[in-house]
Design a protein around this ligand. Structure first.
Ligand SMILES: Nc1ncnc2c1ncn2[C@@H]1O[C@H](COP(=O)(O)OP(=O)(O)OP(=O)(O)O)[C@@H](O)[C@H]1O
Ligand SMILES: [Mg+2]
Length: 163
């Protein structure tokens, strides 16, 4: 789709991923959906954990990977947050049993969002993680045009941005 701006944020360490997550949590509000893409071990759960700890203002908050439960919910200072890991979901129809409709009214974090199929929200923020050497990662952010803060380590990729 033309005119969609993509923001690349280098994440040289876990703490950079945590800082990005806290920055997103600071602007997140009810109705927001954040889709976390990338391969196994790319840092999707690490991002979600840091987002939830910032949202709850509790650096010790337990945030297990929802890879077996498929969804975990959290009451935070910015409202209810649903954290999904859809790797093992058996078709997007199963989302109705996982409170997907309620989640859309709250704040939603989704690992493996390709499993959403046509349920993927158009107005979501998509964060695609890429793995580099060692602890290095890179996040490509798409969506929420005009809402994202100027991340100190980030830059625009130029070309795709709408004038
Ligand atoms: N820059 C970084 N950003 C995020 N995680 C990092 C970084 N550097 C190292 N790590 C480590 O990489 C691992 C990322 O694992 P994580 O469970 O977040 O991956 P995932 O994308 O959720 O994988 P899965 O698809 O299996 O759910 C963690 O052990 C984390 O500490
Ligand atoms: Mg994970």
């Amino acid at each position: 789709m033309p005119g969609i701006a993509k923001r690349i944020v280098p994440l040289p360490s876990l703490s950079a991923t945590e800082a990005l997550a806290a920055g997103i949590a600071a602007i997140a509000r009810a109705g927001d959906c954040i889709l976390l893409e990338g391969p196994l071990g790319a840092g999707k759960t690490a991002f979600a954990r840091a987002f939830l700890r910032a949202a709850a203002d509790d650096p010790a908050l337990e945030v297990p990977s929802p890879s077996f439960t498929l969804v975990q919910t959290y009451e935070t200072k910015i409202g209810l947050v649903f954290h999904y890991d859809l790797w093992r979901i058996d078709g997007s129809a199963a989302l109705t049993e996982l409170d997907w409709e309620d989640a859309l009214d709250a704040i939603t974090l989704v690992e493996w969002p390709d499993r959403l199929g046509e349920l993927r929200p158009d107005d979501a923020l998509t964060i695609a993680f890429r793995q580099g050497d060692g602890d290095a990662r890179e996040a490509a952010l798409t969506g929420w045009d005009g809402r994202l803060p100027a991340f100190s380590s980030g830059h625009d990729d130029g070309g795709a941005a709408a004038a």
